[in-house]
Design a protein around this ligand. Structure first.
Ligand SMILES: *[C@@H]1O[C@H](CO)[C@@H](O)[C@H](O)[C@H]1NC(C)=O
Ligand SMILES: *[C@@H]1O[C@H](CO)[C@@H](O)[C@H](O)[C@H]1NC(C)=O
Length: 382
């Protein structure tokens, strides 16, 4: 009987080894399992990952999910799983400093769209209530102006942020805001978005960050050094020049929720391992306990902004790797490496996760990419 089993084992091994072509990157037992990109758990994990990517940013706009492009899960028994996610994303109108809820942030309208792809490695251990973004990288580009022009010749087009007219539009509109709200004065931090269009004359539309100004309006020549205070809000303004030097100025400002930090509050949160799922992750990210391994956890990723893709008409489309290059590899060892994640878990024992090279698109799941949310095909990475 035992012999039979042994024979069966060898037959099985022979079959499976024979099936693997030489040079196949992973032994079968290490394979990440492809999942459906429309699976409800996958969509939930993608949402957590993107929420954490947004939280990790210091500048720019929050990203929203347009679809899951590809997903693999590497199940590791009592350590839970590592998800390897490729996400197609769209920039929203919410600045990352606004810390708005994802559901309140809509993607930009078509001609202002910025779109791209993120790769993320996300650790989830449901019984231990751990949700942790291990690493990510994203690449985004503005929508092709040529493609927009072909369907909307009169749409505003992106303006160079260093254009003096852009700065003028920002200062004029902020001046209007300050005149209308004299109790507190704001000053310009930086312009974050600008478009221009011909209306009755040149028109500039701008978005910019503002901070509280130490000078009140009554102090005509204020000599106080500008404080290096944080941006407190995002304003949208426009300046339309008409004939006979007539100007039309608009402005609206939205102020960020204040993020009052309770001293010691962050660390005390870490000591409760069993927090609700989304917060558990936040707490663990901020963990500064001496057991953490900052070498791996320090910069977990970044969002790279590239210029628009402008293939001349009729030329071949760029390959997906050229169009949206996103590199994410915590290891290049085909057998994988271990990552110490003890700091995510309470208790003295060491907790290690196996991380593998990011799966390539040749192993894409049959049910991927998933359905896109109300998105024009021109905003989907290839
Ligand atoms: C995705 O899943 C939802 C609900 O689970 C279903 O209604 C929808 O038809 C699915 N879409 C695709 C393209 O499979
Ligand atoms: C993220 O991308 C940058 C280049 O944009 C690369 O240098 C870095 O190694 C990438 N991170 C990982 C973990 O692969």
């Amino acid at each position: 009987m035992a012999l039979l089993q042994l024979v069966a084992f060898f037959t099985l091994a022979a079959c499976c080894m024979a099936r693997s072509p030489p040079g196949k990157p992973f032994p079968d037992f290490l394979l990440q399992t492809p999942l459906s990109c429309n699976d409800s758990e996958v969509l939930a994990v993608a949402g957590f990952a993107l929420q954490n990517i947004n939280k990790d940013q210091k500048e720019g706009y929050m990203l929203s999910l347009s679809r899951v492009h590809d997903v693999h899960r590497h199940y590791q028994e009592e350590m839970g799983s590592v998800f390897y996610l490729t996400l197609d994303v769209l920039e929203t109108g919410c600045h990352v400093l606004s810390r708005k809820a994802q559901k309140d942030c809509r993607p930009r309208i078509l001609h202002e769209s910025v779109y791209g792809q993120c790769k993320a490695m996300f650790h989830i251990n449901k019984p231990r209530r751990v949700l942790y973004l291990l690493a990510y990288n994203c690449t985004v580009r503005p929508v092709s102006r040529r493609k927009i022009h072909s369907i909307c010749p009169d749409c505003p087009s992106p303006a160079d942020l260093s254009n003096p007219s852009v700065l003028e539009a920002a200062t004029e509109s902020l001046g209007k805001f300050n005149r209308e709200h004299p109790s507190k004065q704001y000053s310009l931090v930086k312009v974050t978005k600008a478009t221009s269009q011909w209306v009755v004359g040149p028109a500039y539309f701008v978005e910019y960050l503002v901070k509280e100004s130490p000078c009140s309006q009554s102090q005509a020549s204020c000599s106080l050094q500008p404080s290096d205070s944080e941006p407190v809000g995002l304003c949208q303004g426009s300046l339309v020049q008409a004939e006979r030097s007539k100007k039309f100025i608009t402005v609206t400002c939205e102020f960020f929720e204040s993020q009052a930090q309770v001293p010691g509050g962050e660390n005390s949160a870490v000591t409760q391992e069993s927090k609700k799922l989304p917060e558990a992750d936040e707490a663990s990210q901020k963990n500064t306990a001496p057991t953490s391994s900052p070498s791996i956890m320090a910069p977990r990723g970044s969002v790279q902004h590239l210029p628009e893709l402008n293939e001349p008409e009729g030329s071949e489309e760029k390959s997906p790797e050229e169009a949206f290059p996103v590199q994410l590899d915590l290891t290049t060892n085909p057998q994988g490496d271990t990552l110490d994640v003890s700091f995510l878990y309470l208790g003295p024992e060491e907790k290690k996760l196996v991380v593998l090279p990011f799966p390539g698109k040749e192993r894409r799941s049959a049910e991927c990419p998933g359905p896109a949310t109300e998105t024009s095909p021109m905003l989907l990475p290839p």
